[in-house]
Design a protein around this ligand. Sequence first.
Ligand SMILES: C[S@@+](CC[C@H](N)C(=O)[O-])C[C@H]1O[C@@H](n2cnc3c(N)ncnc32)[C@H](O)[C@@H]1O
Length: 263
Amino acid sequence: MPSSFDHAATTYDHDFTHTDLGRWLRGRVWERLTRLFPSGSFVLELGCGTGEDAVWLAQQGVRVLATDASPVMLEQTQAKAHAAGVEVETALLDLNALPAEFAYQFDGVYSNFGPLNCTRDWAGLARFLHPRLTPQARLGFGVMSPFCLWETLWHGVHLDFKTATRRWKRHTTATLPDGATFPVYYPSPRQLASALAPYFQQTAILGLGVFLPPSDSFGVIEKRPRLARRLMAFEQRWAARWPFRTWADHYWMELTWQPNIST
Ligand SMILES: C[S@@+](CC[C@H](N)C(=O)[O-])C[C@H]1O[C@@H](n2cnc3c(N)ncnc32)[C@H](O)[C@@H]1O
């Protein structure tokens, strides 16, 4: 079935993945993925997009089943894996229609840059994942935050209070370039961790894009490389610290599998 992200699939890498800031932020996630998933492990990706993380993990010796609700995103992932000379398995998986049959056993699961914001049934996702993960499984999720310091300040200063506060009600309707709309939810780290409990326990959290603008405003600092470098240094130093770690465009949450839970 076509997805509202099919159209975005062809421009996503140009608009985000291949920008300097997009690359830098993804590098921060790759540092975390390296620690979570050793070579030889088998991991599930939710909302893989064009497969940038899946291909990189495959190059590190990790076996990945990359899933997405958009068939065109999965085609992009396969093409990217083919061009890189690595194997990435792909499957359609809609977070809002999780299948009863999904016979895999993974060593971990991750989702980067917002797919978990496209559902609000995080408890249902936890119930789906728990029996499909090994007891040592680690999880890493990059989730759009309900409070983004940069977005609030930038749009507030420009007197665009609607955009400055758009995430605060925790639910918006996003519009893609082709005009397709879809609901977006912004769980706080506390809300997400509590929905995923008791199946999983939070072990770490850090901000992704506290001092750097969200992707729709990347241009503001991409024209100013010295400023960009300074902000990246700031981000490197402070984005994992309280209170900044939850004031970001995205937060990165890590969790571990919890035993003794009947599903
Ligand atoms: C912002 S992109 C992130 C892509 C990729 N993870 C990355 O790091 O570049 C969001 C992705 O979530 C996918 N998505 C949206 N709704 C979804 C759903 N209900 N189930 C699964 N994937 C979904 C989209 O098709 C898109 O590929």
